[in-house]
Ligand binder design. Structure first.
Ligand code: NAD
Length: 457
């Protein structure tokens, strides 16, 4: 307790001294600087109930097109306008809605990189779904909120500490939602584990493990359009965890991050970066642009986060090495552990086996602990697809909250805390794994914020 008070005191003192310093600074201490609040906290923000949610889309490439399809199946929504600079994908979404779904024509934008601002100028849109390359997330989210609309942004929320603060400040000033759409939090297993954690099955939580281990070298063959056309370049720009939120989102909700606990500091280490260059050499001609790039992002990055309550979280990132997919999804408590990929449980008390042995049979656990949201919507979610139903469930829940005047399950502070691990990991890697302070985007409100409940609808 003493330690927290001292830190809070130091933080307050440095924040006062530094007035509006934005915490995008180079050294670990400076990350702790908290700019003064320009609006009101948006923890638990409830937007006025919407009868029909009027939606605009920016970016309808690989991911955004899926979102358009999903949204078209959700009751109480209207797809008003769509923007994309790539004519082909813009037409694909427009045609899908009119031809396959028999819906009225949406307004279309996309003749320049800033055409999205024309969409934002409309006064008949309530929320905007942003599924563009990472560098656009922050400017588009900020412009969206400034135009009086709620922003829903793909992962990660933004790229730098400075951008995170700008987004948080804008949300607080405009009192608009800015949710980073972490779909994995709506997976059946993740929801079940959240339910089990809340019911105390694992005891007091101690440690979590999260990851994005997903071999994506093949995306390097996407040159003009699609994910690899822009994502490949991040492997030449940042040596750290490029994509932390899929694994970290669920573990953060298990641990009540920003709602009773928060990330305190991290340390990060990368392996050599060998796989992308080797792949380029093997798969492309010697003079191909993929062979001209300097791939610096370590193939495997491992980051350790310490929370204020003393818990530890390991987060890994590897989209390069040949190995099976994993998000780890591990949560360890005083009574036992759940681990994903493959799902397995070991408990001291209440398990079907000794804790020395893994129980791989999930059926009994699903029967006992499937999350209420999954029980209600899981079948429909699976029918509508998207990563086993999690994408649909997330959309369904977003719209449900907006139509029923309930706070969203993820707020701007969650998106910022989970995403900031990327720039901070790079900072640590660059400085011999130096310990880096994670900014408190809630500005102290994490201490009194209530944990996300078990959602029963
Ligand atoms: N949550 C998930 O499971 C998941 C899965 C895949 C991708 N994503 C995220 O979705 C986002 C998009 O990824 P993607 O795979 O669809 O990439 P993509 O390249 O296929 O799509 C991006 C689209 O944005 C458009 N665009 C670029 N700049 C624009 C601008 N200024 N104005 C309007 N449109 C613009 C492009 O033309 C393209 O159609 C990324 O942030 C990615 O991390 C999330």
């Amino acid at each position: 307790m003493k330690k927290i008070n001292r830190r809070d005191f130091l933080k307050a003192a440095s924040a006062a001294a530094a007035a509006s310093v934005v915490a995008g600074c180079a050294s670990s201490g400076e990350n702790a600087l908290v700019p003064s609040r320009k609006g009101q906290s948006v923890i638990g923000l409830v937007a006025p109930k919407m009868d029909v949610v009027r939606v605009g889309f920016i970016g309808v490439g690989q991911r955004g097109f899926g979102h358009v399809k999903r949204m078209s199946h959700i009751e109480g929504t209207e797809i008003v306008a769509i923007c994309d600079t790539h004519e082909e994908v813009l037409a694909r979404s427009a045609n899908y809605l009119t031809t396959e779904r028999g819906m009225p024509k949406s307004a279309l934008y996309g003749n320049s990189e800033y055409a999205y601002r024309e969409l934002l100028n409309r006064d008949d849109i309530d929320i905007v779904i942003i599924s563009t390359p990472w560098k656009w997330h922050a400017p588009m989210a900020i412009d969206t909120m400034n135009s009086g609309k709620h922003a829903f942004v793909e992962v990660p929320l933004a790229l730098t500490v400075d951008e995170m603060w700008q987004i948080v400040d804008t949300a607080e000033r405009t009192q608009k939602n800015c949710m980073m759409m972490e779909n994995v939090n709506y997976g059946r297993d993740e929801l079940m584990v959240l339910n089990m954690v809340r019911q105390g099955v694992f005891g007091e939580l101690l440690h979590g493990e999260a990851a994005y281990i997903h071999e994506l070298r093949w995306q390097m063959k996407e040159i003009e359009h699609k994910t690899g056309s822009w994502r490949t370049h991040w492997h030449t720009k940042r040596d750290g965890n490029l994509y932390p939120t899929h694994g970290l989102g669920p573990v953060s909700q298990y641990m009540n991050i920003n709602r009773g606990d928060r990330f305190d500091y991290l340390t990060s280490m990368s392996s050599p970066a060998l796989g992308r260059a080797a792949y380029a050499q093997r798969e492309f001609a010697a003079d191909h642009q993929r062979n001209q790039l300097n791939y610096i992002s370590g193939d495997m990055n491992t980051t350790l986060i310490k929370t204020v309550k003393g818990r530890s979280i390991m987060v890994q990132h590897d989209t390069t090495t040949p190995r099976p997919y994993s998000r780890h999804n591990l949560i360890q408590g005083t009574n036992g552990v759940f681990a994903g990929f493959p799902n397995r449980i070991a408990l001291e008390q209440g398990g079907s086996k000794s804790f020395h042995e893994w129980d791989y049979d999930m059926q009994n656990w699903y029967q006992k602990y499937d999350h209420p949201l999954w029980l209600k919507m899981g079948e429909e979610a699976q029918r509508n697809g998207g990563h086993g139903g999690m994408d649909f469930l997330m959309f369904w829940r977003m719209i449900y909250c907006l139509r029923n005047g309930e706070p969203l399950d993820q707020d701007v502070y969650d998106g910022a805390a989970w995403s900031v691990i990327s720039p901070l990991s790079a900072q640590s890697v660059a400085n011999r794994s130096e310990s880096i302070t994670v900014p408190d985007f809630t500005r102290g409100a994490w201490k009194t914020a209530t944990p996300l409940g078990i959602v029963s609808v």
